[in-house]
Write a protein that binds this ligand. Structure first.
Ligand code: ARG
Length: 381
């Protein structure tokens, strides 16, 4: 097949991405690459992207993520090319490496680890807190993870000590088998929440993990899918303080915080919820700063987003966005994004939600500490 005939035979997605890659990175040899891609697709039915191509694809996937207000840093994304890794133990070892690379002594680095086909991490994030239902409908832990906790227990997790912040094991699926792995405590960096001027906030015993590592989204580049491509950046304080700890359906700490602050909670009109919410945001920023862990605030990040839009405009690209996700849940009208509008269009490369195939029959499981245990030690065998 000749190089000039080939482009017409390429599926749109592949041709479009390769053109974008060569144009944006200034890499020569587009025609040759298009020809080779057409041959690969004709012969193997799939395209094998080079590491630089996949790296650029992942960066553009981040740039195209309509719900992400922090994506101005897309050129800084590092890619760990682990497409040859499919053995569950190796996958887990690489997840630990990901945490270490991303942590970087608190100066968090954005990174994505791309694994081979047939691998899935079933947890929505590498670090998630368990949920334990109590009599009377109360929940100890993060109610968002009730179903995840139930499924992991069905796979053989015996449960943790029962604190509100028990870290769940990681379920790695490969070739249809699922194995559970316990994260060593040292791999899970956490920040205890204290307040600069209200000592009673520390008594609430709140904390959160430093790294958000989203692990259940499918990366799509050039029409190729990567179902296991965990990625992480750093937190924006509102994610933790205005949602995870504050939502009535999550940790619901505002009533307790308000009494710790001595606020009058008898009437909504004292705005005790808003006052507690604000101080919780102050506390999370203060605690991460004091611990030397990178975190953004909603003023800085939204102004930076506007500069990202301007840069993209100069590069001749449209920024799509989902307004309801970009605008922060605290003081939204104080940020420049409140006054702007966005078109919510999904373009590729991008990250997509994918169904997690629960329930999964247990194949192996792990004790509450230490290395994974194969079938022999599992209560289901
Ligand atoms: N909102 C999610 C959480 O609170 C994390 C999503 C990704 N966030 C990020 N800053 N990269 O855990």
């Amino acid at each position: 097949m000749t190089a000039c005939a080939a482009p017409t035979l390429l599926p749109d997605e592949a041709g479009r991405f390769l053109r974008l890659y060569h144009a944006e990175t200034g890499t020569p040899g587009l025609n040759h690459r298009l020809g080779r891609a057409a041959t690969e697709l004709a012969e193997q039915g799939r395209l094998t992207l080079s590491t630089p191509e996949l790296t650029h694809g992942a960066k553009v996937a981040w740039r195209n993520s309509t719900r992400c207000v922090g994506r101005g840093y897309w050129p800084a994304l590092a890619l760990r090319d682990l497409r040859h890794v499919a053995d569950p133990e190796q996958v887990f070892a690489e997840l630990l490496e990901h945490l270490e690379y991303a942590w970087n002594g608190g100066r968090l680095r954005p990174v994505i680890s791309v694994f081979g086909p047939g691998v899935r991490v079933l947890n929505p994030q590498i670090i998630r807190y368990a949920a334990y239902p109590q009599a009377g409908g109360k929940v100890v832990g993060d109610p968002q993870n009730l179903e995840l906790t139930r499924q992991l227990r069905a796979l053989g997790w015996p449960g943790g000590p029962g604190t509100p912040f028990d870290v769940l094991p990681v379920a790695v699926q490969s070739g249809g088998q699922v194995e559970l792995f316990t994260l060593p405590a040292a791999a899970v960096r956490e920040v205890q929440i204290t307040h600069p001027t209200l000592p009673s906030v520390a008594d609430l015993g709140l904390k959160w993990h430093a790294l958000p590592v989203v692990s259940d989204m499918r990366l799509e580049v050039a029409g190729e899918s990567f179902p296991c491509a965990p990625f992480s950046g750093w937190y924006l304080q509102t994610e933790i303080a205005a949602r995870n700890l504050a939502d009535a359906g999550r940790y619901d700490v505002l009533p307790r915080l308000a009494s710790a602050m001595g606020l009058d909670t008898r009437s909504e009109r004292t705005l005790w919820r808003d006052r507690a919410l604000l101080e919780l945001n102050v506390a999370v920023l203060h605690s991460f700063d004091a611990a030397g862990v990178k975190i953004d605030d909603h003023h800085t990040v939204t102004h930076r987003f506007v500069r990202f839009e301007e840069r993209e405009g100069r590069a001749g690209r449209t920024v799509y966005g989902r307004w309801s996700w970009l605008v922060p849940p605290l003081s939204p009208a104080l940020t420049p994004l409140w006054h702007r509008s966005y078109t919510d269009t999904e373009v590729t490369p991008n990250f997509f939600a994918q169904l997690t195939p629960w329930p999964i029959a247990p194949s192996t499981c792990t004790p509450s500490t230490g290395a994974p245990l194969r079938s022999a030690g599992c209560p289901f065998h």
